[in-house]
Design a protein around this ligand. Structure first.
Ligand SMILES: Nc1ncnc2c1ncn2[C@@H]1O[C@H](COP(=O)(O)OP(=O)(O)O)[C@@H](O)[C@H]1O
Ligand SMILES: [Mg+2]
Length: 150
């Protein structure tokens, strides 16, 4: 598939949520819902907010917990599975093994990784790379997002 790069300004939290829902539709269209997605950006950039929007777009109505301590929060939504990883605190590949990482990565579903850079050696190459950045030039402060589809 040809590489495609998209850049957007997200003026507020709701825009990040909406963007996440649009991403869900894109992942279904382009990858049949089976994709490895890296979410880069500093703490507070909006990575978890984007996943919340993606889940809402797939019909999830419950809470979305940040997987900071659990490493993984899985969701099953009709035809689609979403695996939300946050690897900020991961130290050892065994910790990923314990949450069923190998089966998940080889199986169907959207695998969303916050802090993939903490485990770069153990992860497959992403199908989609997303970078979120705080934009302090706007008033109020907003976010910029760059998406690269492979
Ligand atoms: N487009 C946006 N503009 C301004 N604030 C945003 C935007 N998107 C998200 N936020 C806010 O930024 C914070 C991001 O938190 P979170 O999604 O947990 O970040 P991360 O997972 O990257 O650490 C939240 O307080 C959220 O309301
Ligand atoms: Mg987060």
């Amino acid at each position: 598939m040809r590489v495609q790069k998209i850049r957007h300004n997200l003026p507020d939290e709701q825009a990040t949520i909406t963007f996440g829902a649009e991403l869900a539709a894109q992942l279904i269209q382009r990858y049949r819902g089976r994709a490895v997605v890296f979410l880069a950006g500093q703490l507070g950039a909006g990575k978890t907010t984007l996943v919340r929007g993606l889940l809402a777009g797939l019909g999830h109505s419950g809470a979305v917990k940040s997987p900071t301590y659990t490493l993984l929060e899985p969701y099953s939504l009709g035809d689609h599975e979403v695996y939300h990883f946050d690897l900020y605190r991961v130290n050892d590949p065994q910790e990923l093994e314990f949450v069923g990482f190998d089966e998940i990565v080889d199986g169907p579903g959207m695998k969303m990784f916050e802090w993939a850079e903490k485990a770069a050696d153990w992860l497959p190459a992403p199908d989609v790379s997303i970078a979120l950045e705080v934009n302090t030039q706007s008033h109020p402060v907003s976010r910029d997002v760059v998406v690269v589809f492979d």
